[in-house]
Design a protein around this ligand. Structure first.
Ligand SMILES: [Zn+2]
Length: 100
């Protein structure tokens, strides 16, 4: 009796976590960043123009201090989370400065 087991070569695909974390790539390792103090996950997700299902966080605007929501997780050392009003003002300011 020939007892030959044929093993299927299960190929595990490398789980490529495509994140746009340039800083992490430069450092060559991933460190869990801490969520900015005063900010909390709302439990909801939101699609943005560039990414789907972004975790909506709630906290105080870095600029005016008003309570607001942002479609990303604000982290220590990351980009400062600002409310939609401040974001709009900032864009307008930047758009005006290059002419001056
Ligand atoms: Zn603000």
């Amino acid at each position: 009796m020939g007892n030959r087991g044929s093993d299927d070569d299960a190929r595990a695909d490398a789980d490529a976590d495509a994140e746009d974390e340039d800083a992490l790539a430069r450092r060559g390792r991933k460190e869990p960043k801490e969520t900015l103090e005063g900010w909390a996950f709302t439990g909801r997700h939101q699609n943005t123009y560039s990414k789907k299902g972004q975790p909506v966080h709630e906290g105080a605007c870095d600029n005016c201090g008003r309570r607001c929501e942002v479609p990303f997780r604000p982290v220590i050392g990351g980009k400062p989370p600002t409310c939609s009003t401040c974001r709009k003002n900032d864009v307008e300011k930047r758009a005006g400065t290059w002419a001056a």
